[in-house]
Design a protein around this ligand. Structure first.
Ligand SMILES: [Zn+2]
Length: 226
């Protein structure tokens, strides 16, 4: 079995979406070896996480206040068969359509799979000041494709919505159908196989709309495990 880490992790002073209300990630020392009142020289750290900073998953509650929070979704959504759509040929600001997905995964798709979209945009562009202004993005037709083909989760390394689109039609369609969105994954180019097992469990927090996730692909386990 090979484990591929597709998580875009947290780190001090990491860039985050440029909006006044958008919190930044921070690591706050609570106790250091120097301040430990006991002679044990312990370290305790507080993590100031915003649920949408790094690799994270959105639940229906993100857009529909009365719908499922993340802790109410079945865990089998987050563990299981995943198909990678290799769209690494996509240029900045290029739309992704249902047709692109169909061509990329038709031969490997099975209903009940998770769709992971690879553009390598995050890999090559993270840290640019215009990162959020120029990504390839999903058109609503991709949401329709996932719904029609009975996908249970969609993950992506570009952006879910067209930059500047305040209507968020892709979130509305997917979350409206109860399909969580795994955002800011990366390193899908390390996958050797187009089909593997995604393992992307969110933290267990009651009533929240999103959570950071440690997302990995497990290769060469499909026959044994599923
Ligand atoms: Zn989000």
């Amino acid at each position: 079995m090979k484990i591929i880490d597709i998580t875009h992790g947290f780190y001090p002073d990491m860039p985050s979406y440029e909006a006044k209300w958008y919190p930044k990630f921070a690591i706050k020392p609570v106790m250091t070896p120097e301040t430990d009142p006991a002679p044990t020289r312990r370290t305790f750290t507080r993590l100031e996480l915003f649920a949408h900073n790094a690799t994270h998953v959105d639940a229906p509650k993100h857009f529909f206040e009365d719908r499922e929070s993340l802790d109410r979704l079945p865990l089998d959504i987050f563990i299981g068969r995943a198909c990678i759509a290799d769209l690494s040929y996509k240029k900045p600001f290029e739309p992704i359509t249902a047709d692109d997905i169909e061509k990329a995964v038709r031969d490997i798709w099975e209903p009940g799979s998770r769709l992971l979209i690879r553009t390598d945009y995050l890999l090559h562009n993270w840290g640019r000041p215009d990162f959020w202004d120029r990504p390839p993005y999903l058109t609503p037709s991709v949401a329709d494709w996932v719904i029609e083909n009975k996908g249970v989760l969609i993950g992506l390394d570009c952006l879910t919505e067209k930059p500047g689109d305040v209507e968020s039609p892709v979130h509305l369609k997917l979350l409206g159908e109860g399909i969580p969105i795994l955002e800011y994954i990366t390193h899908l180019h390390l996958a050797e196989s187009k089909v593997s097992c995604l393992f992307a469990l969110p933290t267990k927090v009651e009533g929240v709309e999103a959570s950071p996730v440690r997302a990995v692909l497990l290769e060469n386990v499909m026959e044994a495990a599923f």
